[in-house]
Design a protein around this ligand. Structure first.
Ligand SMILES: Cc1cc2nc3c(=O)[nH]c(=O)nc-3n(C[C@H](O)[C@H](O)[C@H](O)COP(=O)(O)OP(=O)(O)OC[C@H]3O[C@@H](n4cnc5c(N)ncnc54)[C@H](O)[C@@H]3O)c2cc1C
Length: 438
């Protein structure tokens, strides 16, 4: 008779420390076999086989493997269709309990539902836990019991509700003896899953005290590293959100804490308003806007050739590194939706391909905020002027010189659209569409 075991299934929580589901698995009374599945359904959709995110995940899983090997255990890494893999795991092991953490994206919810059913059919139990965020779906609600759709009251309630229970770490390390002792398993190479190495290097995430102390003053300047650059770690769970909240409070950085709350906010919008999964505007009336959708202009925007220094610098930073500073994300997104009147969903899809930290909820939230169709109390007439944003946030042009070195040369693209005309056009088109929708 094979030994009865529990499985912990890593997904977007790629760490051994302070991991809610892993903690419960290690305390389940059964030895725990950790697994990770490179999901073919997701990977097949990625056209670029040199994808930094896949490389990052691969390196993070390898790091978990090394840590587990030091504990005389290992991680079972598979590639394929999750249901087929789960069927094969049930054949190979005597699995009694499966543990993982909640994932709020539509594909994941359907997948987890199917795995749950399979567990039941196999006489095993399926357990999932909150780990990605501090508060989920129905934990921060208004006085009338409805989800908040505006950030400020949400964040107020979020802060009121926060206590030690919600932010304390799970001490998984106390139970590391409960990993299944196994002979070392074969490692999976990136090429085994059809991908290639990129320049990205997975390093243990660190949060500098200096960044947090100066965050409020420095976070808006793209030429300096004034923000944490933890987004990829938060995305793939190589750092725990609870630890980030503890740091924010320890160093008294309310502004940085607010950014973490934005992250929770958008995850909750996704969980409570699933229509955004179907590409719908959060505010229905905004789906009436007659986008111009000029393909040549979209191409110029993607390539960083709009003739607007800050927009082009941002897009080139994104194309070259997979990262773009938040201030510049707001400017380029506003430029696409308002100056060019291109459907925000085109920009959302482009960011989804390119961003290392791509996260459906934050990306959708950011794009709908920029197009004014989302959760924003401000009216649609906020249109960023790329030139005044440059004067405010990159006045010495350091960021621009780095990414658009030819900015003064005669060969540099002329602006593809006139700011004043574009602003007036956007206001007119928005106004008419919204009046019509009333
Ligand atoms: C159009 C647009 C698209 C975006 N797409 C994404 C995305 O796909 N993934 C993503 O993680 N962020 C996204 N953001 C939010 C933000 O730009 C990034 O989180 C931030 O730039 C990451 O840098 P950082 O880690 O140094 O952040 P910091 O400023 O150090 O903030 C700390 C953490 O808080 C979270 N955070 C910060 N701002 C936001 C925000 N506005 N919404 C949600 N979470 C936030 C991130 O996890 C971030 O790592 C988007 C913003 C816009 C305007």
């Amino acid at each position: 008779m094979k030994e009865e075991i529990a499985i912990f299934w890593f997904r977007r929580d790629l760490r051994l420390d302070d991991n809610a589901g892993l903690y419960r698995a290690l305390k389940s009374g059964l030895k725990v076999l950790p697994i990770f599945i490179f999901d073919k359904n997701i990977l097949d959709k990625l056209e670029n086989k040199k994808d930094r995110r896949v490389d990052f995940i691969h390196q993070a899983v390898s790091s978990i493997k090394t840590q587990l090997n030091a504990l005389e255990s290992d991680i079972l890494v598979k590639y394929g269709n999750p249901m087929e893999i789960w069927n094969s795991i049930f054949k190979e092991y005597n699995v009694k309990k499966v543990y993982c953490n909640h994932d709020y994206e539509q594909y994941a919810l359907i997948r987890d539902g199917k795995v749950n059913k399979l567990c039941q059919a196999q006489n095993a139990t399926f357990h999932t836990f909150k780990d990605q965020c501090i508060f989920e779906k129905d934990e921060v609600l208004s006085a009338t019991g409805t989800p908040y759709t505006v950030f400020t009251p949400y964040s107020r309630k979020w802060k009121e509700k926060l206590n030690d229970f919600y932010k304390k770490s799970y001490p998984t390390e106390k139970y590391f003896n409960n990993f299944l002792k196994i002979v070392k398993m074969d490692a999976m190479n990136l090429t085994d899953i059809g991908f290639e190495k990129t320049e990205i290097e997975f390093q243990k995430p660190t949060l500098s005290k200096q960044i947090l102390l100066n965050y409020k003053e420095k976070r808006d300047f793209p030429a300096i590293v004034g923000t944490s650059r933890l987004s990829i770690h938060l995305r793939f769970g190589t750092i725990s959100t609870r630890k980030c909240v503890q740091y924010a409070l320890m160093f008294g950085s309310e502004t940085w804490l607010n950014e973490l709350i934005w992250r929770d906010f958008y995850m909750n919008i996704l969980a409570n308003f699933p229509q955004i999964n179907a590409g719908k505007a959060f505010k229905k009336a905004y789906d009436k806007i007659p986008w111009r959708n000029n393909e040549a202009e979209f191409k110029a925007w993607c390539e960083g050739k709009t003739g607007y220094w800050l927009v082009d610098a941002g897009m080139r930073e994104l194309n070259n590194t997979g990262f773009m500073h938040n201030r510049v994300r707001m400017v380029v997104a506003s430029f696409l939706c308002k100056h060019l009147l291109i459907d925000w969903r085109w920009g959302e899809a482009y960011f989804a391909q390119k961003l290392n930290d791509f996260d459906f909820s934050a990306n959708n939230g950011g794009w709908q905020w920029a197009s004014s169709s989302g959760c924003d109390a401000a009216p649609y007439f906020r249109i960023f002027n790329p030139e005044s944003q440059t004067l405010k946030f990159d006045k010495n042009l350091e960021y621009i010189k780095k990414w658009v070195p030819e900015y003064l040369s005669p060969t540099y693209t002329k602006p593809i659209v006139d700011h004043k005309m574009a602003r007036e056009r956007a206001l007119k088109v928005y106004k008419e569409a919204l009046n019509e929708a009333e």
